[in-house]
Design a protein around this ligand. Sequence first.
Ligand code: URA
Length: 190
Amino acid sequence: MYDSWENLKENCIKCKKCQLCETRHNVVFGVGNPNSEVLFIGEGPGENEDLQGEPFVGRAGKLLDKMLSAVDLSREKNIYIANIVKCRPPKNRDPLQEEQQACMDWLRNQVKLMKPKIIVCLGRIAAMQIIKADFKITKEHGIFFDKNGVLLMATLHPAALLRNPAQKPGAFEDFIKLRDKIKELCDHTY
Ligand code: URA
């Protein structure tokens, strides 16, 4: 157990638990307000994220920021954003199960320190790792699952929305449900 966010980050950025450390430029620990009550979890860094050391800074990230802002959320203020794997998988392939397992300990420690009330999974990979192994993103996005008092929900990955804009209204509905749940549950000072 780590006693502080800084201590956890210091150790995480030196990680060599899997082969992704050999090709990364930066460990992408996360961004946002670790004192907030809502944690977003993506899949893993892409090229821009690997180079800049921050999650969701490419095109998908711009779309994510827009959707967040529509429901009064932002990485600068009231959420934290992390990924299942903190180093870029080469050529943006899906992270292997062994890479996800090796990295999950960092995320578990982030959750222990942050104690979020709500976790939002961005896309299938995060939902299968965090909610349940047989999660079906097209059918089950927008549904809240209670896991030991923490509410878990998944929405479509913003990169998937860029590929298939017809899915945007459905994803937007998820953000509205999220906003309502935050109003109900969080001691927000938004
Ligand atoms: N996609 C993700 O899942 N995470 C990022 O940080 C960037 C793109």
